[in-house]
Design a protein around this ligand. Structure first.
Ligand code: UTP
Length: 292
């Protein structure tokens, strides 16, 4: 069966960006001039996804407004002849069919996914987390969908992370069976560095079998007292094969401050209007710091 639907969970509290995220969703923080969630939606669309459901929560209205038409703004831009901006504004509302569901309490990523079960029904689906933006020649999710079409089984998007970073991710113990392709033996959520089975971290992209919903529905809270998606995938792996795919491309972690700043600088350096001025500015700062 083809992967046509995707879930983007966006109901987390975004505590790592407080106070910025007190009244504004972390998914709306911009990288240069585009909210992080738009990069994710664009990747899904470029990968062939036809329907997206965003799981939202309290204080997330701005996400719905962003992907909706904005009649007054569009008329205003048109009347002033700002055609390029008009096109950009329209683009965000014409990307794809987006549906919304609310997670009433932030009970964890696994619970957020479970909230979308009726929308997905009995078909394989993708999950994209907004904390990870991937820049790749072929969109990350598209690479994974191609693998899904070969193996017809759940696939986790992974990449190798540094030893000191394993405790921030779901980590897989896996056996390589093909180029960049692994069978998953076991998974553990945020292990201590010394207990991690490998450095292969799940980085915000999944293709999952709908069987995961039955598991999530019965699952007890795990780490952080939250319903963990990694725990449910471990249980799924007991009843059907789960694979991991080491996707190609550069992954940017926009879910924490340092990663967010690095991503902003890198994306700005690729922006034709900003590159030269930013480089001059950065080299001036560097000079000043080196003189100190
Ligand atoms: P994170 O662990 O990054 O949580 O969740 P967060 O709340 O967004 O950020 P911090 O850690 O407090 O700064 C990973 C993904 O799961 C979603 C988040 O929106 C994010 O996309 N999530 C998490 C939910 O949708 N619901 C939850 O209950 C928890």
């Amino acid at each position: 069966m083809r992967v046509k639907k995707a879930i983007i969970p966006a109901a987390g509290l975004g505590t790592r960006f407080l106070p910025a995220t007190k009244a504004m969703p972390k998914e709306m923080l911009p990288i240069v001039d585009k909210p992080t969630i738009q990069y994710i939606v664009e990747e899904a669309v470029e990968s062939g996804i036809e329907d997206i459901i965003i799981v939202t929560g309290k204080g997330k209205r701005a996400i719905e407004d962003h992907f909706d038409n904005s009649f007054e703004l569009e008329q205003n831009l048109l009347s002033k002849g700002k055609i390029e901006l008009f096109n950009e504004v329209q683009k965000s509302s014409n990307l794809v069919d987006i549906h919304y569901i609310r997670q009433k309490e932030p009970k964890g990523l696994g619970h957020a996914i479970w909230c979308a079960r009726k929308f997905i029904g009995d078909e394989p689906f993708a999950v994209l987390l907004g904390d990870d933006i991937v820049r790749a020649e072929k969109p990350c999710l598209k690479q994974m969908i191609e693998q899904y079409e070969r193996y017809n089984a759940s696939i986790l998007g992974v990449q190798t992370v540094k030893d000191e970073d394993v405790s921030r991710y779901g980590i897989v113990d896996a056996t390589e069976i093909g180029s960049r392709f692994y069978t998953v033996n076991s998974l553990v959520e945020k292990p201590k560095q010394e207990e991690a089975p490998s450095n292969l971290a799940i980085l915000g992209r999944y293709i999952l079998s709908p069987k995961i919903f039955d598991i999530l529905g019965k699952q007890e809270p795990g780490a952080g007292n939250e319903i963990q998606l990694t725990d449910a995938i471990a249980a799924l792996n007991e009843i059907e094969a789960v694979y991991a795919y080491d996707f190609e491309g550069v992954r940017y972690d926009v879910g924490e401050k340092m990663g967010f700043i690095q991503t902003t600088i890198e994306f700005a350096l690729q922006h034709p209007e900003l590159k030269t001025e930013l480089l001059e500015y950065l080299s001036k700062i560097m000079e000043k710091e080196l003189i100190k």
